[in-house]
Write a protein that binds this ligand. Structure first.
Ligand code: ZN
Length: 409
């Protein structure tokens, strides 16, 4: 059975002969996860291991119902060998995006097909135990609704905003009131191995994996939502930094202002170039007497959301257009620094604010030209993501699948 193999991975003595065998099987699975299918000879060549040994491992994986024989290859000349690959529904991975006011849960199979997805589940993110238990309740209900043996769900990946150490399972921004790693608490409540991820990293990974890249290996994804997040891909791999805290782009200090950022410091990029900053700019100006179509629509200006500002701009509301232009200029200034540092091939701008399209991208590109070195920025293509908002839970599934299938130790 599927579950036994993965249970063995966690429990086997890492120096034993049995572990060597498990490790080779895991490598074979990882190879299939990336390359779809292979013949025994190809695997033997890839891992420099004898054909009988590979044969034995593949047979065991077939017995475990993780791998299957896909029949004779059509490409080879002469005697045609059989090709092998993953069994799509032999195992599943669940990904959860914890938003400020909703949850999204996805489930994929071994072949990355989305088997089930539930978006916009009403939820309120607060830093207390009830809010944490609400997440567990929704995940457990999601699992219960599917007619799948729980052991076949190999893991749950949960995206949270803020500082996450994905290696230790600690969260430093939300639910940070326990002594044990947060991932362990989730695991006890759900009964399936659980891993935490930073939400921007998961979303970046989903974006990078969704066909937007041609052959770029160095790319940046900037998530401009209420805050500003950054996902960094270097040489085709997501870059985490020592503790997983890389990408705190929103909190680089580049402005000499007196606005207190939500991190507690002053002058952060987020204070001038984020969704929060956009809302503040529009509402401050309305409070100062500026006119906008939003004043007719909203009796209480504190109810104005990002989407309302973007929709108003698209209907020619000058106040909203100018506010988005301003954000684009400030964001471009921050991105100019990133270009100077990383020399990336591609920058993808995503998140709700990216829906402002040219109102954001034109001033942004102007600022990039103004503040970065022309020899460097010539290499960089900047595009807006046209994807919907709900890719983050899929990203959590993909990261989890990679983490559980790939040999990293
Ligand atoms: Zn800050």
């Amino acid at each position: 059975m599927t579950s036994n193999f993965f249970k063995d991975i966690h429990e086997a003595n890492k120096n034993g002969v049995a572990y060597k065998n498990i490790r080779l099987k895991k490598k074979i699975l990882a190879y299939f996860a990336t390359n779809e299918t292979a013949t025994i000879a190809e695997l033997s060549k890839e891992f420099n291991i004898s054909i009988p040994k590979i044969n034995e491992c593949v047979s065991e994986l077939i017995e475990d119902e993780l791998v299957k024989d896909y029949g004779k290859t059509t490409s080879a000349v002469g005697r045609k060998p059989n090709i092998y690959g993953l069994v799509a529904n032999s195992a599943y991975f669940i990904g959860v995006q914890v938003g400020i006011d909703n949850l999204s849960i996805s489930m994929i199979n071994m072949k990355k097909d989305i088997v089930s997805k539930k978006d916009n589940i009403p939820y309120l993110l607060e830093n207390n135990e009830q809010s944490l238990l609400d997440i567990c309740k929704e995940i457990n209900e999601f699992i219960a609704k599917h007619n799948i043996v729980k052991e076949k769900i190999l893991g749950v990946g949960i995206n949270l905003t803020g500082r996450i150490n994905y290696r230790t399972g600690y969260s430093y921004s939300y639910f940070n009131f326990y002594e044990d790693p947060l991932s362990k608490l989730f695991e006890e409540n759900i009964g399936i191995p659980t891993f935490l991820e930073n939400d921007t990293k998961a979303l970046s990974y989903a974006e990078f994996s969704s066909g937007i890249l041609t052959d770029e290996k160095d790319a940046l994804f900037i998530n401009v939502d209420n805050g500003i997040g950054l996902g960094i891909m270097i040489d085709g791999k997501l870059y985490y930094g020592k503790s997983g805290f890389s990408g705190e782009f929103g909190h680089i200090s580049i402005f000499d202002n007196d606005i207190i950022c939500k991190c507690g410091k002053k002058g952060c990029l987020e204070t001038e170039a984020s969704g929060y900053a956009l809302i503040r700019r529009v509402t401050d100006q309305i409070n100062d007497g500026a006119t906008s179509s939003l004043t007719k629509k909203f009796k209480k200006i504190e109810e104005i959301k990002l989407n309302d500002i973007i929709s108003a701009a698209k209907k020619d509301d000058n106040l909203c257009i100018e506010a988005i232009n301003y954000i684009g200029d400030k964001l471009g200034r921050g991105i100019a620094s990133l270009i100077n540092i990383f020399n990336p091939e591609l920058i993808i701008i995503g998140g709700v604010v990216a829906k402002s399209e040219e109102y954001l991208s034109l001033p942004l590109k102007n600022a990039v030209n103004k503040y970065s070195l022309s020899t460097v920025n010539r290499d960089t293509k900047i595009i807006l993501s046209s994807k919907n908002d709900n890719l983050a839970s899929f990203g959590a599934c993909l990261l989890l699948r990679d983490r559980l299938l790939n040999v990293t130790d």
